[in-house]
Ligand binder design. Structure first.
Ligand code: URA
Length: 186
């Protein structure tokens, strides 16, 4: 399946109940040949209204975090585990994640990134391993199926708890190093 078909199918998806309350499917944004992907958990209110990931308060912080290591929305691909907003921003339920994840996996197959960074626990448990402990395992790297994968705190968590920011700075430095090491284009 190519991009046009994938996006069209996604846009009409009714595989889980989130389709009943969404305003927009938040497909993903960025170059479709990006070497670096960032994956969040699911759209919030602004993302649902605008149809783009990370455009609310957490997105502003994500932009600032990216700029620390000379990245921007123009050179990375940003998406979420689920593409429709969970009501009241609750965690997406396992069945909702299960229903939606094939779309993201398809995007990864088309993009073929060198590096995937999970933002927060939900993305890390879904993409890295099911028992992932974000407080203990953030910043660690694993290499799987030709892709370097890591996780960092979700920007919303960093808005709530500034004490996590120094560790996140270290994680950003480690991402910059991995970009250098792999020759990822950014
Ligand atoms: N939080 C997420 O996980 N994803 C978004 O797109 C916005 C907020």
């Amino acid at each position: 399946m190519e991009w046009n078909e994938l996006e069209a199918i996604c846009g009409q998806c009714t595989r889980c109940p989130l389709c009943q309350t969404r305003h927009n499917v938040v497909f993903g944004v960025g170059p479709r040949d990006a070497d670096v992907m960032f994956i969040g958990e699911g759209p919030g209110e602004q993302e649902d209204l605008q149809g783009e990931p990370f455009v609310g308060p957490a997105g502003k912080l994500l932009d600032d975090m990216l700029s620390i290591i000379d990245l921007s929305r123009e050179n990375v691909y940003i998406a979420n585990i689920v593409k429709c907003r969970p009501p009241r921003n609750r965690d997406p339920e396992p069945a909702e994640q299960e229903a939606c994840i094939p779309f993201l996996r398809h995007q990864v197959r088309l993009i073929r990134p060198k590096i995937i960074v999970c933002l927060g626990r939900i993305a890390a448990t879904r993409l890295i391993h099911p028992e992932f402990l974000i407080t203990q395992e953030h910043g660690k790297w694993i290499y799987r199926n030709g892709v370097w994968m890591s996780a960092m705190f979700h920007p919303s968590a960093l808005l709530r708890d500034v004490n996590k920011r120094p560790e996140t700075f270290d994680d950003l430095m480690s991402i910059r190093e991995k970009i250098r090491e792999t020759g990822a284009k950014v």
